[in-house]
Design a protein around this ligand. Structure first.
Ligand SMILES: [Zn+2]
Ligand SMILES: [Zn+2]
Length: 136
């Protein structure tokens, strides 16, 4: 991740919301869980975990949806783009949906989580560690 933009920048599809995330990612992972799949409409969702103290919205503010107790999925209320995930059990982290970033190529994934909930036909040809549920 030597070419990682600093700070990382991103935003939603309509451009109303923009954010910056400073600091090195804590982890980068594919999530196959049912909630993420429903939330995005995609067969897998990829997140970059950033330190919360380096994350800030610089334009607009998202709306939050509580997808389970203590979990906030933040999205643009105008265009619907999923932006960030925050959980009480992961205090101090902001999980950014990777395609909300301006340069997702700079953040290659490191592992998979919740593969037990994944779609059977999805094949990702990588050798990354696969965890049936969470990795921690
Ligand atoms: Zn938007
Ligand atoms: Zn998930």
């Amino acid at each position: 991740m030597t070419d990682m933009p600093q700070p990382a920048t991103g935003g939603c599809l309509c451009g109303a919301i923009r954010f910056e995330a400073a600091g090195a990612p804590l982890w980068i992972a594919h999530c196959h869980c049912h909630s993420c799949r429903r939330n995005t409409g995609a067969p897998v969702t990829t997140f970059v975990g950033f330190p919360a103290d380096g994350f800030a919205y610089v334009a607009g503010r998202p709306k939050a949806f509580n997808s389970s107790p203590g979990v906030r999925r933040n999205f643009c209320a105008d265009c619907g783009t999923p932006l960030t995930y925050e959980a009480d059990r992961a205090a101090g982290e902001v999980h950014v949906y990777i395609s909300a970033l301006d340069d997702p190529d700079a953040f290659p994934p490191q592992f998979h989580v919740f593969t037990a909930e994944g779609i059977d036909w999805l094949r990702l040809d990588d050798d990354l560690p696969r965890h049936p549920a969470t990795s921690r």
